[in-house]
Write a protein that binds this ligand. Structure first.
Ligand code: NAD
Ligand code: UGA
Length: 464
């Protein structure tokens, strides 16, 4: 059986970086090289102080500190890493297409194709190529076709090994995954390749948690897992709107229904809406695939999960506007949190971006505090929407250095991310800092609403 000694991972992002760092830590006998075309990102991964790793993830620094330079390497030399490796993970981004056929829905596979072409060009020996990125079902077929253009006698096996880690808990999730999914061709060569990858994970994951399936089930399971998770959030968020009309409390409902073991307690936290780089993109992709097969009812069903999420973000912003007398002109709004969830510096598809955009339409003056997101990132996220000019975004939105600076002179505060320091802050100080009457819009239901009301503050949560 193939014993893997040399791994290459193409893509040093939120998945490639942490995943390979953990493989290297748990398998000191395997050399792991993570490559990326983004030289700045690779330089940050190689930062001697470990202070400027390109992504923030609790526990990541320690893992990189242990393995980097021993058997974990970060490089921009993609070709060399491909040539040397027996197993190549493709961990590049697969965003929603912004042009052409399937615009706004289908996954853009240009980066995956480029990877496959480069592997086809450089490989001079047999390789196991692993899809780590989230891909539409049947992509392995397209990759195989591209790889068949290789000019040598090298043979390729394509495996699907989707990643289920969540940002903010990536290291924990990688250390003890609920399952590791490996899909491969149902042939002796396919089985051998699946075993080679299983061997690697078996260094720290119990074998009964390593699931082998056919390649199509594996590819499709990843999209379905994300669709089901996002669906739970949209379901509870739909109920949050009903709670606000009926004086039912959505957190009490989540607890009550979550105690039914058939429903379960996780992913029932009502919020301003889910964000992140994957839920929306992967559901849109699922919707697109269903439509491609003429399954319009299936497509409509899943599309509703996204529609509800857009509604939730809009609803939150609209509530702020109407409670402040339908005008935000000349009013300072403090926004606490810009990342799409706590413990990450990732802002992709964060609800904060869309809420800010709505508030800016009403000419609000926004002061943002987020412990891990830079001002330039905040401006970049708003510029991307193209609702107003970059100059206007810079004039109307600024980042401040702490909660108090955000609250000082603010007419309202909106909580967009559930950072722990927002929960533990001494909110009794608010009365001295904010304009009166003070408004708090808790988009994450993390504050003690009764205590705030006792201070004379107007508090609005999600579904309570
Ligand atoms: P990312 O944008 O953080 O990282 C992707 C990296 O790939 C970038 O640094 C980019 O420069 C690099 N890249 C692109 N094309 C390249 C090429 N041809 N050669 C070398 N490098 C190239 O993306 P991510 O968040 O790590 O996501 C990667 C994939 O994993 C996506 O398919 C995503 O859906 C999936 N996924 C993400 C998460 C998550 O939590 N972020 C979790 C599970 C799965
Ligand atoms: C999600 C999945 O949880 C991972 O399993 C998957 O691997 C990943 O997508 C992916 O494919 O990229 P992630 O997006 O990193 O992970 O973060 P989540 O913890 O799932 O949170 C997503 C969004 O939902 C966040 O904005 C979060 O605040 C929100 N959320 C989550 C809620 O509003 N309520 C909840 O109960 C849970």
């Amino acid at each position: 059986m193939t014993k893997i000694k040399n791994i290459c991972c193409i893509g040093a992002g939120y998945v490639g970086g942490p995943t390979m760092a953990v493989i290297a830590q748990k398998c000191p006998h395997i050399k792991v090289t993570v490559v990326d075309v983004n030289a700045e990102r690779i330089a940050a991964w190689n930062d001697s102080e470990l202070a400027n790793l390109p992504i923030y993830e609790p526990g990541l620094r320690e893992v990189v500190a242990e393995a980097r330079g021993r058997n974990l390497f970060f490089s921009t030399d993609v070709s060399a890493a491909i040539r040397d490796a027996e197993m190549i993970f493709m961990s590049v981004n697969t965003p929603t297409k912004t042009y052409g056929n399937g615009k706004g829905k289908a996954a853009d596979l240009k980066y995956i194709e480029l990877c496959a072409r480069q592997i086809a060009k450089e490989a001079t020996s047999d390789k196991i190529v692993v899809e780590k990125s989230t891909l539409p079902v049947r992509t392995a077929q397209a990759i195989k076709t591209i790889l068949s253009n290789n000019q040598t006698s090298a043979k390729f096996q394509v495996l699907s090994n989707p990643e289920f880690l969540a940002e903010g808990t990536a290291i924990e999730d990688l250390y003890s995954p609920d399952r590791v999914l490996i899909g491969g061709e149902q042939t002796p060569e396919g089985a051998e390749a699946m075993e080679a990858l299983t061997e690697i994970y078996a260094n720290w994951v119990p074998r009964e948690r390593i699931l082998q399936t056919n390649v199509w089930s594996s590819e499709l399971s990843k999209l379905v897992a994300n669709a089901f998770l996002a669906q739970r959030i949209s379901s509870i968020n739909s109920i949050s709107a009903l709670c606000e009309k009926t004086e039912a409390n959505v957190d009490e409902i989540a607890k009550a229904i979550g105690m039914d073991s058939r429903i379960g307690p996780k992913f029932l936290k009502a919020s301003v809406g889910f964000g992140g780089s994957c839920f929306q993109k992967d559901i849109l992709n699922l919707v697109y695939i269903a439509r491609t097969y003429g399954l319009d009812e299936v497509a409509d069903y899943w599309e509703q999960v996204i529609d509800l999420n857009d509604y939730q973000k809009r609803r939150f912003a609209q509530n702020i506007i109407s409670k402040l007398n339908n005008t935000l002109s000349g009013k300072k709004i403090a926004m606490l949190g810009w990342a799409f969830k706590k413990d990450t510096n990732d802002t992709r598809e964060s609800a904060a971006i869309y809420v800010a955009d709505h508030l800016l339409n009403e000419q609000a003056e926004i002061h943002v505090y987020d412990p891990k997101v830079s001002e330039s990132q905040i401006h970049k996220d708003l510029d991307y929407l193209q609702t107003r000019s970059p100059e206007e975004n810079r004039e109307m939105v600024q980042k401040v250095v702490d909660i108090e600076q955000a609250l000082a002179g603010a007419h309202a505060v909106a909580i967009l991310t559930e950072w722990d320091e927002f929960k533990t802050y001494d909110w009794a100080k608010l009365s001295a800092l904010m304009m009166k009457p003070a408004f708090v819009f808790d988009g994450r239901n993390i504050l003690d609403h009764e205590a705030l009301r006792a201070l004379g503050v107007n508090v609005y949560g999600i579904g309570r």
